[in-house]
Design a protein. Sequence first.
Length: 251
Amino acid sequence: MREYLVLKSLAAASLGLSALCSGGASAAELTVFCTQALRTSCLELAPRFTAATGHKVNLVVAPSGQLVKKIEAGETGDLLIANDRNIDALIKDKKVTGERVDLARAQVGVSIKAGGPRPDISTPEALRKTLLEARTIAYSAGGLSGNNFENAMKKLGILDEVKKKAISASPAAKAVVSGEADFAVQQISELIAVEGAELLGPLPGALDQVTQFSMGVLSDSKQKDIARAMLDYLRTPEAQGMIKAKGLTPG
């Protein structure tokens, strides 16, 4: 308990994280299951946590649903970052301990190859016309953003037409950079991370769906105190600033 209180208070002050190792806590190795939308944020924040504390962070990145399957299949870890519904379900199943901690909200967006023509997607009807005229559309089928996109296409009445010209890719924006697709659809944080791709904007109007991503310490973790310290660090102003810079809304 004493180690956790020290870790928590220091993790909350990002500039003071270096003191974590001087307090006598031995270096740990954390396994963090991280949803795809937070991939770029955690790839930068994990090394900062490690540099300040000595605790190594191993990231296991996949869509939220796949992470849940890994946990249900018996894979062990320390911290889970996934959409709020999956966190809540795992708390109910006692696979996540404590309360859900909200981290960031994400929107699904559309991107093109940088420098190309910027078609209109400002309204649902404009998006419908643009996608029907597209040659190929890349999106992350089976992931949260892919499911949200398919729901949006269903509302527009063009799901079957879109699926006929769709390819599954993650990150989806790589397909527009390579010329395999005219448009890429995924969480905005994933789209803007791909060099050579350009964001058109989020899905418009009522088609826009915001996903809440949250965190929870896994019940089978052998180092819950340090996992909670990592969780606390991801809520610091430094970490939240990075998350915002990566195209997400903190909180």
